[in-house]
Design a protein around this ligand. Structure first.
Ligand SMILES: Cc1cc2nc3c(=O)[nH]c(=O)nc-3n(C[C@H](O)[C@H](O)[C@H](O)COP(=O)(O)OP(=O)(O)OC[C@H]3O[C@@H](n4cnc5c(N)ncnc54)[C@H](O)[C@@H]3O)c2cc1C
Ligand code: FES
Ligand code: FES
Length: 1262
């Protein structure tokens, strides 16, 4: 039988009938080759964790490029040489400069994303022959998400490899240093030759493979082969496969019977210019862009292709464009006409023609006609782009919720042909929109209206806008922004297009700001990090890289799912409810169980112990949460059971086949706090009331309002994951958890077996941010249950979809208030009612964190506060970075902001007028920042900018905070010293989730014992040596564990003191050896309890300046200045990283992380495709972070304070800056600045445009 052959890191690989059709290159690398350095998260090209580099030979030259290994079928890899992160370097052969650079720049926190970044950068450098500018580098990472670092250090690390880097690259002395360190025995030693790939020498012209799952895989060389195969196999169930990236955009759940790999078909590639530019439709988008550049520079009439190139640069990202093709993109649009395809948009607007071949004929159609064609048995072979004379003007836009890698919310392209003899008179117009509705493409009435008109008069513009407004057909599209926004944005883009092409001298300067496109004009970003460090006390206070950074960047650090595949392993997927609330009448798993490879279905009745994934034996837990709903469905997508199968994909597929009958509740689910307050107030319960201690009488203004905030998904790059296996004494469990003890208890309760039969160990988490405190248990206990019931190893890694749908998130909250203030904005009284949405059950004490944070840094004597717990028909919400404090601090800042608007006062002044006398450090920090950030000067500049510009507005706003650190601590720390060499291991009850805990522990131990840091290693936490521990969370566990470590060191030092004196200045090794010989105990433990820790507050301040496009709602963050009080930093580099990362996570919350929920409660934004966290080009262009100088926390470990959560809360200043920009636009529209308007949740494209609400009548030229 035919085979597919390729190599991975130089090792030859072969696949054929032994693989299923859905085995990706990622599956193969990780599972077959056991190379677990390459990670995965989304499996849809949206996160970059899986990127590898590929080299192929084509007719001209070897080509190196990066790909998302999750999207590539392993059977598509014929002739490829694949390099994974292991191929670049490792501890044995030495690390690659990219791995070192990323690690040493602190570009890795949890490290889960790091191999993907290294490989994306490697592919980029190889494909560009190491000839890139900083700008090009910064522009190239739409492919990669990092949820931890805030991107700044990653960009800094990679920009050192730019040819225009300010300093010579310290990592590379020779280009050879940058090539791979390929292993596996095939390496010739000359690594530059790895990419000299031989073209596969196939005997058979067509490769045919009967795959394990009975699909047939063909690999063809000519178009006629496709038709011959279809003739033979029938066209009832087939798919052409080119880049296979389409499934990242429009998921494919089950591949058809016949798969035809058309990658090698040369007829579908390349280009020529006759009268038109004719491009093979099988060209990749990268090739297409290269062709555009070449032809545009050669032929004047194709100069417009430069604009198409600019637009395509915003499509997907480099690894997808490297293999995704023109035809593949068009066919996605054909299959799902609501898809806002940019390729379709550009071709349709420029009057391109598609050539479509069938067995019988070859036809040419316009892209719009193609959408209505039956494409069965047909192949798109070419696209023809026409030459356009200088009488044409082309302009296009792509409006996205973030800077890169997001499909267009709305896109538009305009082509106007002008009469050469009559200036500005339109001969023809093509006005094309995407993202509005399935088939509405052309604004044909408007096109007609413009013919013969002078396009650049206010009158024609207004007529056109009104015609366009009437003819735009905008439908509701699930998971997309509202029709109201998309219509308004489309009108804005039409106007923006004209502003772009109008002779600029005819345009009133006030309107010129409408021209620039923020997605294309962003300058190179930069950052500064300012902190003090005292070398006298190093290694504490030393800015050293994380101890695990190198192994993380090299893919050597192991996460749960990197444990090797075990024999007989099974996999799970949840079966979930597809109603909001109701009663389960019957569950019938038989259709799923019929599938070969499906092993079992388990539901509530199979649980031997308590049907809850959260044990109530853990302090703080207050209610059981069913692992599987037994009778009553509480929320949409609630797990009802699990399907167990012999592969993860099969389990996921089979789970969808389980049939469930329900009796649905007559009333729909109640999803928000306000719905509950109106319709079922019994579910609102007072938690705490804190009466005011004073009341002022100088009330000049009373303001009352209600603010609503919504969910945030944690988006840890390692999703919820667990591996379990039977052991001789019970069960071994390897979960991704922040709370090993609670996980342990929960398994014991659910399985009804003693805790001492459950062996649980955790090394690290690939990001957590709170979702692995208790939400992770859901996956872990289900995994343990499976092992327990089947006596087989089990692996359960929840998909992003499953996590987003079934798992709780940052809790929404609502806050009513009434405040009376004097003329200075000083609060005379405040009635403050805070409501926390717990989801369907009140379990975690989220609201407990909220209360102390409400006052933040302000004088709260006159504040009367009530907090309420609310339940809604949604998943149980959970801890998320700064739980309870993120929203309450923001909501307090909202009050200050609202006072400042209504009184028309400076927002900082209002805050300072209300500042608590107990927060002098905040006052000090804000004074520093006012100076360093040049607040007064920039405030004036912003005002001037807003006065001069109609369509771009700026805002400069502040946020203060004083964040209360909790004292929920209980950790056992043990250090053990080996007598042979004096090296030392630590075990502590915390978990390194990226916050750098292990590094700091090592620093304090090395400092206290006066030894080198490399003498100390931290070992994974396990429940045998670290029982009954507290959670890793709340930014306090690092300090606590460090405290425990210092105590252990002191115990050891006390034991060694006499001997040390006796030996008269021995070396550490001598001391330890002699201590051993004298029988001195070299192991010490200390249990850190709340008695050891005193409550403290971490303060800070931040300014953000933004620029907002009033026509589209897009923004950019021009500059952010942050100062935070971290006490005496144990490690300033790590702390700055926490601040940058935390702040950017907060920026995501306030801007792009918008969750759309259907009335049924179904989460519609459940993929990387539609849930958008910030990417590298969304961070502040100028990002300045400083640590408060000379700060010491008398109650902290060696003077340190909590770091990781507080900065997240300050990101609300970005929201306020956007608000100011919106308010400035409203003022131009006649609405006074002092008139407050509410924005509930994030400042999305939609919120920005609809709140600004510029009138169509204002769309003018002069
Ligand atoms: C993360 C991500 C982000 C994206 N962002 C954008 C975006 O911003 N804008 C945008 O426009 N697109 C975007 N896309 C879509 C992307 O452009 C397409 O996935 C890609 O172009 C598809 O090409 P392919 O070769 O991989 O197609 P494949 O996945 O191989 O095929 C897709 C479909 O096309 C059919 N097909 C392929 N070639 C032919 C042919 N020659 N004739 C007939 N049928 C054919 C196949 O049978 C299949 O049904 C994104 C995709 C991903 C994964
Ligand atoms: S796993 Fe491949 S891009 Fe996310
Ligand atoms: S370090 Fe990037 S996701 Fe954690």
């Amino acid at each position: 039988m035919d085979k597919i052959t390729f190599s991975v890191n130089g090792k030859k690989c072969e696949v054929g009938g032994d693989v299923d059709s859905d085995v990706s290159l990622n599956d193969y690398i990780r599972e077959r080759l056991n190379l677990r350095g390459t990670k995965y998260m989304c499996k849809e090209g949206g996160c970059g964790a899986c990127i590898v580099a590929v080299s192929t030979a084509d007719d001209t030259a070897p080509r190196v490029f990066s790909v998302n290994s999750c999207l590539v079928s392993v059977t598509s890899c014929h002739g490829w040489q694949v390099t994974t992160v292991e191929g670049l370097g490792d501890r044995r052969r030495g690390y690659h400069p990219l791995q070192r650079a990323l690690a040493e720049h602190n570009g890795s926190q949890c490290g889960y994303c790091s191999p993907g970044w290294v490989m994306a950068m490697y592919g980029l450098l190889e494909s560009s022959d190491y000839n890139l500018t900083q700008r090009q580098i910064e522009n190239s990472f739409g492919s990669n998400v990092c949820r931890c670092t805030g991107f700044r250090p990653i960009l800094d690390a990679f920009k050192t490899f730019a040819k225009d880097a300010p300093k010579p690259n310290e990592y590379v002395t020779d280009i050879e240093d940058l090539t791979c360190r390929r292993g596996g025995g095939d390496c010739t030693g000359d690594c530059r030759d790895w990419c000299i790939v031989q073209k596969p020498n196939d005997e058979a012209k067509i490769i045919k493979i009967k795959l394990k799952d009975n699909r047939i895989w063909y690999r063809v060389k000519e178009v006629k082969d496709i038709f011959a195969i279809l003739e033979q196999e029938g066209d009832d169930s087939y798919m052409l496969v080119n880049g296979n990236t389409g499934k990242g955009a429009v998921p494919v759940f089950d591949f058809p019977r016949v798969l035809i790999d058309i990658q090698p078909v040369e007829e579908l590639k390349g280009y020529y210019v006759d009268q038109n530019l004719v491009v093979g439709a099988g060209s990749t988008l990268t090739n297409f862009m290269d062709i555009m550049l070449t032809v545009a520079h050669q032929e004047e009439e194709f100069g417009y292709l430069l604009k198409l190139h600019e637009h395509l640069d915003l499509v997907a990202h480099i690894p997808v464009r490297n293999i995704g093709t023109i035809a593949g993109n068009l066919m996605l649009k054909h299959r799902q006409p609501t898809f806002s395809s940019d390729v379709y948009l550009l071709l349709e607007s420029t009057g391109a023609v598609l050539t479509i071949a069938s067995k019988e004929s070859v036809t040419e159609v316009l892209p719009e006609q193609f959408l209505h064609l039956n494409m069965t048995g047909k192949v798109i072979t070419h696209v023809k782009l026409p030459p356009l004379s200088h009488n044409y003007e082309f302009v296009s836009f792509k409006v996205m919720p973030r800077s890169q890698n997001a499909h267009a919310s709305v896109n538009a392209a305009f082509l106007y042909q002008f009469d050469p003899h009559r200036p500005n008179e339109v001969v023809s117009a093509r006005i094309v929109f995407g993202g509005l509705s399935a088939y509405f493409t052309h604004a044909s009435h408007t096109e007609q209206l413009l013919i013969g008109q002078n396009l650049f008069t206010n009158k024609v513009l207004q007529e056109a806008l009104h015609t366009l407004e009437l003819e735009l057909k905008v439908e509701n599209i699930a998971g997309e922004l509202t029709p109201e926004y998309r219509k308004k944005c489309a009108l804005g883009l039409f106007y923006k297009g004209l502003l772009t092409i109008i002779p600029q001298q005819s345009l009133k300067p006030w309107y010129r700001s409408g021209v620039s496109d923020l997605r294309k004009s962003r300058p190179l970003s930069k950052g500064t990090e300012v902190y003090d460090t005292n070398p006298d006390i190093w290694p504490i206070n030393e800015p050293m890289p994380k101890v695990d950074a190198l192994i993380q960047c090299a893919g050597e650090a192991k996460y749960v799912n990197d444990l090797p595949t075990q024999q007989d392993e099974v996999f799970c997927a949840f079966v979930t409810s597809d109603i909001g609330t109701g009663v389960i009448e019957e569950i019938d798993p038989s259709p799923a169980l019929k599938l070969p490879g499906v092993i079992a279905f388990f539901s509530a009745k199979d649980i031997p112990g308590i049907n809850s994934f959260v044990s109530l034996k853990q302090a703080g837990a207050s209610a059981n949460e069913e692992l599987f709903a037994d009778k009553i469905v509480k929320f949409y997508d609630q797990p009802l059971g699990i399907v167990v199968a012999d592969s993860e994909k099969l389990a996921n597929r089979a789970a969808l086949l389980v049939r469930v009958k329900y009796r649905q509740d007559k009333h729909g689910p109640l999803l928000t706090i306000n719905e509950i307050r109106e319709q079922d107030p019994s579910r609102v319960n007072l938690y705490v009331a804190i009466p005011a201690r004073d009341r002022g009488s100088n009330v000049r203004k009373v303001i009352s309002d209600c603010h609503n905030l919504y969910w945030q998904y944690h988006y840890s790059m390692e999703t919820l994951a667990c591996v379990t296996r039977p052991s001789d004494d019970g069960i071994d469990v390897f979960p991704a958890t922040q709370f090993p003890s609670w996980t342990h208890l929960s398994i014991s309760d659910l399985l009804n077996i003693p805790q001492n039969r459950i062996n649980l160990e955790v090394s690290r988490c690939g990001g957590a941010y709170g979702n692995k405190i208790s939400r992770g248990h859901q996956v872990t206990v289900a995994c343990a249950l499976t092992t327990y019931l089947l006596n087989r190893p089990c692996r359960f890694v929840s998909s992003i979809q499953s996590t987003l749908r079934s798992t709780g998130k940052r809790n929404p909250s609502t806050r009513d208030f009434e405040v009376g203030v004097n003329d200075l904005g000083e609060i005379q009284y405040l009635e403050y009612h805070y409501y926390a949405d717990n989801g369907y059950v009140v379990n975690e004490p989220l609201i407990g964190f909220a209360g102390p944070a409400i006052r933040s840094c302000y004088d709260s004597r006159r504040w009367s506060i009530k907090t309420f717990n609310v339940t809604t028909d949604t998943p149980s919400n959970s801890f998320c970075r700064a739980p309870g404090t993120f929203d309450t601090i923001a909501l307090t800042e909202y009050i200050m902001e609202q006072i400042s608007y209504v009184l028309d006062k400076d927002p900082l002044e209002v805050r300072l007028n209300n500042l608590s006398p107990n927060a002098p450090e905040v006052n000090e920090m804000i004074q520093t920042l006012v100076k360093d950030a040049e607040y007064e000067k920039r405030k004036k500049e912003v005002k001037e900018f807003n006065q001069l510009n109609r369509w771009k507005k700026r805002g400069l706003r502040v946020a203060l905070m004083r964040w209360p650190a909790g004292v929920i601590v209980d950790y056992l720390v043990t250090i053990s010293i080996y007598h042979g060499d004096g090296s030392l291991v630590v075990k502590h009850g915390g978990v390194d989730i990226g916050q750098g805990k292990n590094t700091k522990v090592i620093q304090v131990i090395a400092y206290t014992l006066n030894i080198k840091t490399d003498k100390v290693k931290v070992k994974p936490t396990d429940v045998a040596s670290n029982p009954n521990t507290s959670v890793t969370g709340g930014s306090t566990s690092t300090g606590a564990v460090c405290f425990g470590a210092v105590k252990c060191c002191q115990i050891i030092l006390d034991r060694l003191a006499a001997l040390r004196e006796e030996l008269n200045n021995p070396t550490w090794e001598e001391l330890i050896l002699n201590a051993y010989l004298r029988g001195i105990n070299l192991q010490a433990s200390y249990r850190v309890t709340p008695n050891d820790i005193t409550i403290h507050r971490s303060g800070g301040a931040a300014f953000a300046e933004v620029e907002l496009d009033i026509l589209t709602g897009e923004h950019e963050i021009r500059r952010v200045d942050i100062i935070e009080d971290v006490g005496t930093s144990l490690n300033p580099e790590i702390d700055i990283g926490q601040i940058e990362g935390g702040f950017v996570m907060g920026v995501g919350y306030w801007t792009s992380e918008h969750q759309i929920v259907a009335p049924s409660g179904e989460v519609l934004t459940d993929r990387t495709w539609n849930y958008h966290v910030p990417l590298a080009k969304d961070i502040p262009i100028d990002f300045r972070v400083q640590l408060r100088r000379n700060s010491f926390n008398p109650t902290g470990v060696i003077g340190a304070k909590a770091v990781g959560e507080p900065p997240t809360t300050m990101a609300v200043c970005v929201a306020f800056a956007l608000r100011e920009a919106i308010a400035a636009s409203r003022e131009d529209s006649g609405i006074p600045q002092t008139q407050w308007f509410n924005v509930d949740g994030p400042y999305t494209l939609e919120a920005n445009v609809l709140k600004a609400n510029a009138h169509l009548e204002e769309f003018l030229f002069n």
